[in-house]
Unconditional design. Sequence first.
Length: 167
Amino acid sequence: MSKHRLPTYYLSHGGGPWPYMDGPFRDNFHQLEASLKRIPLELGQRPRAVLMISGHWEAAQFRVMASAEPPMVYDYGGFPAHTYQIRYAAPGDPALAKQVQVLIEAAGLPAVADAARGFDHGAFTTMQPMYPQADMPLLQVSMLQGYDPAAHLALGRALAPCAMTAC
């Protein structure tokens, strides 16, 4: 695999667990689904892992998902019963989570590992169309409470090495 920088994406995740539904609600997201399915083709190579900053997880310090088998977080309401049984079974990667934590701390930002946190719908709804096999490590990082722009820009700079396939 080459050592070129992979792109960073801002992904809209649509509404709730739409990829796991049929009918008119899911049909509302056909353009989003098509764009998510194109991303693996745009990359031109399979990433070693995917690191997502979650807009659905905020904490007093950056938290890095560190479980080998992350659980699910059903952070939505009012959807069909089967959508509370969804399992996007992508593995975590505790060693990579530690590398991410070290990069964040090296930038002078507070960071801790979180072995209990699971995939929220911002992660599993976007990953399902892109990588439905769920066979690639997936990690999430929280936002900071208060949403300080300078801290989040510093987080992006700290995580820049993760855009390289060797991170």
